[in-house]
Design a protein around this ligand. Structure first.
Ligand code: SF4
Length: 325
């Protein structure tokens, strides 16, 4: 079977793509690692509105410039814009396919959806499970990395974010990803603990800001919990692939996310929360509930473009740390 490069718009059962011998490409990671300002500009030249989330515009341009064979859009359980994005990509003669996280979060429905994906890519459940067992051995190491952040304090918030966010596609090559991770873990484990700082939890989609983690660190905090990025790393290591994508909190109700966040607040002894929302994103509404029900100092930041923090956001961060340090 020919190896294909398969783009996707948010975490999906990546085991199926690896079982089929394909290369998964998370369009969000590609967008930020390439010339993201140009990607947004190109999408706007094609008619995407100014008042639309930058990730959507970035995903569109990244899909067209990454030598892909197909794009999988997650049309249920992620973004309200996904269907329209897919239609625009299809308009460019790029094959598309739709994946849905069943809103009822129920075993049979999830099982059916993963089977439909396996059928589409010509693999059996046994093959997906073999790929899962391989990827889980790497996820176990990511768990270790996460513990090095909040228990041993040897991994900073930025590195924690980068490793976990990239586990959505293992950068298209789990072997290289694992070799680099092994080296990183070895160095981290043999380093001195980081200075004690305000223990920050970061909740919400990954930030579009280029320097958020460094700025938090300069102000006296360190992020020791990256909520959605940790979810991308499938931290629960369930034996069953269906179960794994049911306990994954991001695609379902915000109340499930809240339960996970509260557990991690207690486990990691967090002092404060920074909630991130993206301009023009429907998840801003979920964030209202997170802020209401999380009983810790909570600062909400909104980002729009892939650039450094703007002066107003820096000022808000400074006053937050002044009050809570
Ligand atoms: S940030 Fe929000 S609007 Fe933008 S792609 Fe993600 S879910 Fe969609």
């Amino acid at each position: 079977m020919k190896t294909k490069r398969i783009g996707f718009t948010t975490s999906l059962p990546v085991e199926v793509l690896y079982a089929a011998g394909h290369v998964p490409v998370d369009l969000n990671n590609i967008f930020l690692s390439q010339d993201s300002a140009k990607h947004i500009h190109d999408a706007e030249l094609r008619g995407f509105p100014r008042s639309l989330c930058s990730w959507i515009k970035g995903n569109f341009s990244a899909a067209l410039s990454s030598d892909l064979d197909e794009v999988v859009g997650i049309v249920q359980g992620d973004c309200s814009n996904s269907n329209s994005l897919l239609e625009m990509i299809a308009e460019e003669s790029m094959p598309i396919w739709r994946f849905s996280y069943p809103p009822e979060r129920e075993y049979k429905a999830m099982d059916r959806e993963i089977s439909r994906m396996e059928q589409h890519y010509g693999v059996s459940r046994k093959q997906s499970m073999e790929a899962k067992s391989w990827l889980d051995s790497i996820r176990l190491k990511l768990n270790r990395l996460d513990r090095l952040s909040y228990v041993d304090r040897k991994v900073c918030g930025r590195d924690n974010h980068l490793w976990l966010v990239n586990s959505s596609d293992f950068k298209g090559d789990p072997r290289i990803f694992e070799a680099e991770l092994d080296e990183f873990l070895y160095n981290a484990e043999h380093s001195d603990p980081l200075p004690t700082r305000i223990r920050i939890g970061y909740v919400g989609v990954p930030p579009i800001f280029r320097n958020l983690y460094d700025s938090i660190s300069e102000l006296g905090g360190d992020v020791i919990f990256n909520e959605v990025q940790r979810q991308f790393s499938m931290p629960y290591l369930c034996k069953d692939i269906v179960e794994q994508y049911l306990v994954y909190t991001y695609p379902y109700s915000v109340l499930g996310r809240l339960k996970d966040i509260r557990e991690q607040i207690a486990e990691r002894k967090l002092d404060a929360i920074i909630g991130y929302t993206q301009a023009f994103c429907h998840l801003q509404i979920d964030n209202l509930l997170l802020k209401k029900h999380i009983d810790l100092p909570f600062l909400n930041l909104e980002g729009e473009l892939p650039e450094a923090l703007d002066p107003r956001t820096i000022l808000r961060l400074e006053s937050f740390f002044e009050v809570h340090s």
